[in-house]
Design a protein around this ligand. Sequence first.
Ligand SMILES: [Zn+2]
Length: 338
Amino acid sequence: MYGAGEVQVEDVPDAHRIEPTDALVRVAYAAICGSDLWPYKSMPHDDTGRRMGHEFIGVVEAVGDEVRTVKAGDLVVSPFLWSDGTCVFCRAGLHSACLHGGRYGWDDVDGGQGEAVRVPQADGTLVVLPVEQDDALMPSLLTLSDVMGTGHHAAVVAQVSPGETTAVVGDGAVGLCGVIAATRLGAEQIILLGSNPERTALGRKFGATDVVAERGDAAVERVRELTDGLGVHSVLECVGLEQAVVTALEIARPGGAVGRVGIPENETAPTGIAFWKNVTLGGGPAPVRAYIEELLPDVLEGQIEPGLVFDRTGPLDEVPDGYRAMNDRETIKFLIEL
Ligand SMILES: [Zn+2]
């Protein structure tokens, strides 16, 4: 990406191992993320450009001398961040704060929207998938690299509990996966706030019991009507825009919790609303690596089907148009098949 709206597919030097803890992975499937649309909308032009992509499944081609848990030939999924799995934060399940971790596409690490990636800290990062590369579950397995784990994180932070009420703000891929997560954790009522009819229909399929298409004050009013005037126990904020954060806090009931995973538009939060209702406001970059082992069996057994958020598949050449289509909201999420 060279700037807002400027995405090109180019030849770059081949990915290669550098550290003994690295794996070299040939990418089989990758995805465009909603968070990739932030620079797509706003990045100032840069002649050097930026490698893009952080969600992928691939086959290990080679590993360094210190790698123990993956080997050449393994089919693996990577979380959207790499992490060692051993530091104090990884052991606490917060791999997104790993002391020796980092991001794809930066600091000599390739982006996932390409043919191959050097994966640092391979032992801590990669998870071997017990299926073949052409398995029909690939789209759902690919969501474990980001959107399904991120939706789950929002649900965990929002303290979704069996029999209680939940609202999900946002009908993008993460919000829809948040509906799956809330359903999975036993929420009784799941109110999806979103205005796109096709997306909210998918949300209902995933378990949403109510859809609120209104925005702002009208949405807050509607959620109150649906909850006997009380608001909901748990809110998953999956957008990040200031208005969405305000709505999330407004619809939480006193003593409730908001789990935010939308990348914040503003550094400040309207915490006054939360204070006067004793609402817990938490969340941040999801430690999706921590959740893969928990979510993987449900995908393998067909209990959840988050791969339905992919509504377009194409080769690497179509990636620039995939960005455009997602940015124009023609496409929920684009799956790249290499
Ligand atoms: Zn760590």
